[in-house]
Every structure is written in structure tokens, then in C-alpha cells.
Design a protein around this ligand. Structure first.
Ligand code: NI
Length: 247
């Protein structure tokens, strides 16, 4: 073999190593599978894509279904923090969430503050919700988002799950104004952000879908909370609080 041939082989090996080390893990971290056609289809692997997570609290409710329809049309996964007492009768909605690539978390059983609770009361809010969710969808790891984002040492100690807060809050429970919510989210959008919305309001469902369309146009990919942190090399730990995965 001449020197030129050896150089060519060397260059080919270097390219292969680059592909294996840089590109493959990125592909692995992004959502895949037929339920997520839009955001699984990463066109330009040369660039690190901008990632962002939509999260929805206080469901399931009737307005959850049109949200799931809109997310499915767009191939977008989200993360849902559920109210335990609203789950009976909506088990099919939870199974649909899992089937379509969404991630599930616990909000509480009756939407109370989790700070200052004793072991028994914490279990009846968080443990009971975990049981109801797992009875519907089977055993799986669940995230925790305490109501009002209120966390103390007792919540961290008893959580049994990563505690997920947020970095963008348009306070969609206030004026219920879709245009204002969309504008605020787009202004604050950044790589690694976590958006808080409530799937119990039709105005928020509409805002979420408009945000998806606008941010797709800006090159963002929507991912679940676990996908967001995995893509950044962060492994979520039980009892730890996370607000964003911004670089
Ligand atoms: Ni809530």
C-alpha cells in the first residue's frame, strides 16, 4: 500500500469514528418510532438541534384529548403531570399517552401542597397517584411535579422521583388568552427550556399547538423531560430538583 492509500484509509477510519462517537449518541437520544414522525426525523445531524420540552399539569380532563390529537398530528411528545383523583374513567387517555410517546408524572392526588405533610399524607397524595397511574399503564418510572412548584426537604426526601419544575410559565390559568401565552412562550423560548401549561384549558391547548408550529419553524425539536436531560448527558436523580436543561 502506498502512502496515499494509507492516508485515505486513515481518513475513512476517522470519519467512521466521528460518526460512531458524535452522531450515533445524538440519534439515540432523540425520539424515534412511528408515533413521532416530525421530531424523530432529524435532518441535519451536523448541528446540535435545539431541544425544548412541553409539560402539562392538572389533567387528565376533557380538553386533554384534543391536545393529544394535535400533538399526534405534529409528531410531538410531551410530559403530563397527572392528578390522581381525575384518573378513574380516563385510563384509556393515559394508555394513549404512553402509546404515543408521551412521558407521565405525578402532580398529586387532590392538588394540595406537598410541603409540610407527614409520611402518611404524602403517601396518600403521591404514592396513591403512582399506584393509580401504574394500574392504568403498567409499572414505569414516574416524575414528580409538586403543586405550585412548592418543594421542601420533606418533599425531596419522600419524592421517590426526580422533581421537575419549569423555566417558562405563561400563567395560563390567569387571563386564558391564547395569543398572550403564545407570545410570552416564544419570547422566552431557548434551548433546554421547560414550558409549563395546563391541559385543562382549551385556550392553553390551542396555545401549545401554536407554539409547536412556531418553534418547529425556528428549528426546535420537542422532547419529553427524560429525553431532554438524556440528550444533555444528565441522569435524573430521585429527590433532586430540575428547572431546565439549558446549556
Ligand atoms: Ni397544578
Amino acid at each position: 500500500m502506498g502512502r496515499g492509500t494509507i492516508k485515505k484509509i486513515g481518513a475513512a477510519l476517522a470519519a467512521l469514528l466521528f460518526f460512531l462517537s458524535a452522531v450515533l449518541p445524538g440519534l439515540w437520544a432523540l425520539p424515534s418510532g412511528p408515533a413521532l414522525p416530525a421530531d424523530a426525523d432529524v435532518g441535519d445531524v451536523e448541528k446540535t438541534p435545539k431541544l425544548i420540552a412541553l409539560t402539562f399539569d392538572d389533567g387528565p380532563r376533557r380538553s386533554t384529548t384534543p391536545l393529544l390529537d394535535g400533538l399526534a398530528e405534529r409528531g410531538v411528545p410531551a410530559t403530563f403531570f397527572l392528578i390522581g383523583e381525575q384518573i378513574p374513567g380516563h385510563e384509556d387517555t393515559l394508555r394513549r399517552m404512553v402509546d404515543e410517546g408521551h412521558q407521565l408524572g405525578i402532580h398529586s392526588y387532590t392538588h394540595v401542597k406537598l410541603t409540610g405533610l407527614n409520611d402518611a399524607d404524602f403517601a396518600s397524595e403521591v404514592g396513591r397517584t403512582r399506584t393509580v397511574i401504574q394500574n392504568a399503564v403498567g409499572p414505569m418510572e414516574l416524575l414528580l411535579r409538586p403543586p405550585y412548584g412548592m418543594v421542601d426537604a420533606g418533599v425531596r426526601r419522600r419524592a421517590g422521583a426526580p422533581i421537575i419544575l419549569w423555566s417558562i410559565d405563561p400563567e395560563d390559568w390567569g387571563d386564558r388568552n391564547t395569543a398572550r401565552e403564545v407570545e410570552q412562550i416564544l419570547q422566552q423560548a431557548e434551548d433546554g427550556a421547560i414550558i409549563l401549561l395546563h391541559d385543562i384549558y382549551p385556550e392553553s391547548v390551542e396555545a401549545a399547538l401554536q407554539v409547536v408550529d412556531a418553534l418547529h419553524g425556528e428549528g426546535y425539536y420537542f422532547v419529553t423531560i427524560s429525553q431532554l436531560f438524556a440528550a444533555r448527558g444528565v441522569s435524573l436523580e430521585k429527590g433532586q430538583v430540575y428547572r431546565h436543561a439549558c446549556p
